[in-house]
Design a protein around this ligand. Sequence first.
Ligand code: PMT
Length: 221
Amino acid sequence: VTAPDLAGRHVVVSAGGTREPLDPVRFLGNRSSGKQGYALARTAAARGARVTLVSANAALPAPAGVDVVPVGTAVELREAVLAALPDADAVVMAAAVADFRPASYATGKIKKKDGQEPEPLALVRNPDILAEISADRPRPGQVVVGFAAETDDVLANGRAKLKRKGCDLLVVNEVGERKTFGAEENEAVVLGADGTETPVPRGPKEVLAETVWDLVARRLV
Ligand code: PMT
């Protein structure tokens, strides 16, 4: 039986991967399935929390008792997270958010022109939601958790990202075409802004989720 140590708390979780449209039929996306974020939402609800799950393009059933807010793009994800944030005790950003989006959207399908090279794709920066909510917390004492998806120098990149983003905890996991994305299992190190490092061995995504909530619960005032 799970201890209801998050009873009376409101937590916000983002899950899935954003899609940045190019034209009515194409987008720039990533390989996130939403499984890690959904595991976080399910386990928080089981521990008694009220959960807002901001879900980007995940083809997964809504967890029981969780308030799901579907979004498509990074800009929409930011709006939904900021809207849920004012009375939240903690926020966990497990979504894979596009750093860049196409600079323009073509209202009709982009066509190939015979004998012509394709146009280069111009991109613009998306807002960094995790950095923004870490720097500007609507409620004092709010606990902010990020994830870092890395392919190389996982821990060194994770430590640098923790400093850059300014969150309280950063869950560092290794990703690849067939690693972590869409898998049932994950393995990670949770870095704390206080210098703590908590390794979580390979296991179901729920196990990592429970460890994240243990670390969050300890930091809630
Ligand atoms: O969904 P699954 O298939 O289960 O896979 C899980 C996962 C690999 C997607 C998940 O465990 C994970 O690592 N999520 C974060 C992916 C990511 O975007 O990492 P990042 O290193 O690019 O970003 C770092 C952090 O900043 C993340 O918390 C991200 O949500 C946030 N971010 C990133 C860019 C941006 N513009 N705004 C953000 O808030």
